[in-house]
Design a protein. Structure first.
Length: 251
């Protein structure tokens, strides 16, 4: 019976795909909305990067949904990791290891460079390829690198939560202000400015800044939780290593 159901489902899916494919016009351009955006997007939004105009200007609600999905996934994973940490903390402890001066110094050197690169990509998302999501990932990598160099250091989860909440609230508030001005949700205001300059495209740079900070804070917290779980080691193992080191020093 199960095989018959699978065959019927596969046959129906194949028929549906065949009909959809048959309706396509070969060599034509069925995306009429896409053509309109290509022709009018730059003038209406004022962004030199047309992808940014689409992501924030034309489909900002979809972007808000993507941020909500990322927040839900990050929160759920953090809750699982936190519960795992609570269960194992009674019999295990966190050990802070010193893996060498070169790693620690390199992490300290790369941290401001990655922060600068991440913020550059975020703030120039309306001008060049990049934006909040890409820049946010680089910001998260900047905070995760010191944890790899000095395991057990930890991060300020309260500060990350504060940045994440402020960025998410700012994104929504900007959209609500646009509604009160009689525009569509997240439609840019403040004027287009001069296309190609840093201060242009209205509120799009502010929106991408909010997206970048939120993505960076969420991923930083998630990676920090993973690092903290990985650094919880059994006390017996730690004691055994200490005794072995004592014996070697004595010999």
């Amino acid at each position: 019976m199960r095989n018959v159901s699978a065959l019927v489902f596969a046959s129906g899916l194949a028929f549906l795909l065949l009909v959809i494919t048959w309706q396509f016009v070969v060599g034509g351009a069925p995306m009429l909305i896409g053509e309109a955006i290509l022709q009018q997007g730059a003038d209406k939004i004022g962004s030199a990067n047309l992808v940014t105009s689409v992501v924030l200007g034309y489909r900002g609600i979809d972007t808000l949904g993507e941020i909500a999905i990322l927040f839900t996934a990050s929160t759920a994973t953090s809750l699982v990791l936190s519960s795992l940490s609570a269960k194992t903390s009674s019999s295990k402890k966190v050990v802070i290891r010193d893996d060498g001066t070169i790693l620690a110094s390199s992490a300290s050197l790369f941290f401001p460079l990655l922060i600068t690169l991440g913020m550059y990509i975020i703030l120039h998302g309306h001008l060049t390829p990049g934006g909040g999501f890409q820049g946010g990932v680089i910001l998260a990598a900047a905070f995760f690198l010191p944890l790899l160099a000095v395991p057990g250091r930890g991060v300020n989860h309260s500060g990350l939560a504060l940045v994440e909440g402020f960025a998410g609230a700012s994104f929504i508030i900007i959209g609500i202000i646009a509604l009160f001005q009689g525009n569509a949700f997240l439609q840019p205001f403040f004027g287009h400015g001069e296309m190609g300059s840093l201060v242009s495209a209205g509120t799009l740079p502010l929106l991408y800044t909010a997206v970048g900070l939120k993505v960076g804070a969420e991923l930083s917290g998630l990676l920090a939780n993973l690092a903290e779980i990985g650094e919880i080691v059994p006390e017996s193992t730690d004691l055994q290593a200490s005794s072995m080191q004592t014996e070697s020093n004595g010999s």
